[in-house]
Design a binder for this molecule. Sequence first.
Ligand SMILES: [Ca+2]
Ligand SMILES: [Ca+2]
Ligand SMILES: [Ca+2]
Length: 656
Amino acid sequence: MTRCQSRAGSFIARFLVVSACAAALALPVDGVAGALRPQPRHPQRHPPQQQQQRQEEQQQQQLEASSAPAPSNAGPSFRDGQAQIVEAFADPAAWIREELWVEASFDSDGDGKPDRLHVAVVRPVQTETEGLQVPVIYESSPYFAGTSGARQYLWNVRQEVGAPSPPRASQPPVEPRIRPGISNSLVEDWVPRGFAVVHSEAPGTGLSEGCPTVGGPVESLAPKAVIDWLNGRAKGFTTPDGDQEVAAGWSTGKVGMTGTSYNGTLPVAAAATGVEGLEAIIPIAPNNSYYRYYRANGLVVHPGGWLGEDIDFLYDFVNSGNPERRAHCDATVRDGEMAAGRDRITGDYNDFWATRDLLRDVDGIRAATLMAHAFNDWNVKPEHSVLVYEALRRNGVPRRAYFHQGGHGGAPPFEMMNRWFTRYLYGVENGVEDEPKAWIVREDADRMSPTPYTEYPNPDAAPVALYPRAGGSQIGGLSLARGAGQGRETLIDNFSFGAQALAQAEWTDHRLLYESPELAAPVHLSGWARVTVRLASSKPAANLSVYVVSLPWVVGGRNPRGGIVTRGWADPQNHSSLTAGEPLVPGTFYDLTFELQPDDEIIPAGQRIGLMIFSSDRDFTLWPNPGTELTIDLDGTSIELPVVGGARALQQAFAR
Ligand SMILES: [Ca+2]
Ligand SMILES: [Ca+2]
Ligand SMILES: [Ca+2]
C-alpha cells in the first residue's frame, strides 16, 4: 500500500488533496468514497480570471449545496483499483446530455471563420445538481455521421509498377446520418462509473465544420481544441454560428481518449500535440503513419482487405460534412494536395506523407499510453503501434502494450482499461505503472487472458541470422551457417498466385522458398525480423514481397497453425533511399535491407520456419503484367529473426 493509500481512510483525506500526494487525489482505493469535490489538480492551467470564476462558482455551489434540503453527495467509488458502478450515476434517464460546438484554432474550410467542432457530452446529473466534477472519457471519429465504402471506387491495381494509375472515379458524397448525441459508444461503461463521456466529429464530417484531411494537422488540433475546452482554455458555443457560450465547469480537466482504428489514431494525434489534460490514451489498432498505411518501403501497397485503397478513397469515405463547403474541400484537399502529393507512381516518401506521419511527432506524447494491436492485423499493420510504443519506451512515458494474435481491432480486457483510466484520470494509486509492460495474448489463449512479459519486444530476444541454401523453386534449406557458393536463383512474377498457393506449391518458378529443419522445440519470436536481399530485376521496376512462414501451411487451421508468421514488402528502386528511388538497371544486383512487420509468436515444435521471396502480392501490391524476372543472389541474402533465447535457442530447436 502506498503512502497515499494509507492516508485515504481518514475522513479528512477524503475531502482534501493531501500535499504529500500531489500526484494522486486522496481517494479510498477500496470501499465507497464520500462526497467528492476535487479541485482541478492543475488550477494554474486556467487563466487567473477563469480560475477566479471557477472558485466563485464552486463557492456558490457549496452555498447552494449547504442550503439544499438533502444532498445525496454522490461520488465515485473504487475497488481493486477500478472505478465501480455507483447507483446514483447509473440511471440513464437522469444523465445530462448536451451538444455544442467548440471553436478550433484553424479555418480549414476557408470561409474566413475558425472551424467549430460538433461535440456531445453525457455526464452524471450530480455534475449539474451537486457541483460534482468528473474526468472525461473522449472518443473522436470521422465515421460518426456515416461512410461511403462502395468498392467499385477503389483504384484499379491492374497496372505496371512505376507507371501512372488508371483514373479513379470519386465516390458520391456520404449521405450524413445525424444522430442525437453523436454516438452511444463508451457511455454505458463509463458514466455509471463516475466519468463524463464526450464524443466529437472530426473536421469536415457530420456537423463539424472544416475539411476532411485524412491525417492532416487539423486532425491533431481538433481533439486538442476539445480538450482545451474541457480545461477552460477554448470556447464552446451552443450553436455552430451563434455567440452563446457554454463552459465545462463540471470537468476536472483530466481526459482519457480511446477508440479503434481511425478512432484510435486520433488519441495518438491529440497526445502528440502534448495538450495538457490529456492524461491517458488507449489507442486500439491506430494508424499512426498514412505512408505506412498506403506504402511500404517505397512501394505502393494497400491495406489488407482494401486492395486499391489510397488516401483519396478514404477522403471520400468520410466526406460527410457541410455540403456548402464540399466543393472547396474537394478542390483544395482531395484534388489539390492529395492529388499532388500522394505520388502513386514512385511510392516514395515525401513532404505530403511527412505531414501525415505521427511517428514524426511522437516525442510530444506525455499521456500514459495503453497501446492495443494485433499481430495479424493486415489492415492497420502492427508496426503502427509498435513504433509508437518503442518511442514511448525511449522517452520514459508511462506505457503498456496489449498485443494479441487476431486481426484488426480488439480492445484490452475492460478491467485493464478501467485500471488505466482510474489511475491516470482519478489519480488512484492502483500500481499499474509497477506492473509488467507487455501483455501478449498467446496463440492458444482467450483474448481476454494475456500473458504478462517484462517488455515488448521480449528483452531476451536477440537477432539470429539464417541463410538460404540452393533449391528455392522446390524448397531450399534455411541454415544458421552461411553457405558459400549457393549461386543465384530466379523467380518469375505472376500476380495470379497468392501467397498461400505459392507456399503450398511443391514446385513453382513464381517464388523461392527456403525452410529450416523441423523444430525439435518451440521457437519464440518477439520483435522485428529484418531481411537482406541481393537481387537483380529484368525490368526497371518490380514488386518485392518477403514472408516468414510456418510450414507445413495449414489451410484455415487454428492454433497452433502453419501459415504466415510475418511479412513485408519493398521497392527495390528504394534500395538506398526512401525518398529518391532510382530505376533498376536490368542485370545489375542491388542489396536491399528492410524490416518485416513486428511480431510475437511461438512457432510450435514439429513446424519448419520458411523464408519465401516473391514479387507481386495479389492481396496487397499492384498487379503488373506477369513475366518480370527477379534473380536472387543467395550468397548476399539472409534474414534475421528476433529469437527469444538468441542463437542458442534456435540451435537447440534445429538439433535433431
Ligand atoms: Ca471555417
Ligand atoms: Ca519507390
Ligand atoms: Ca505472427
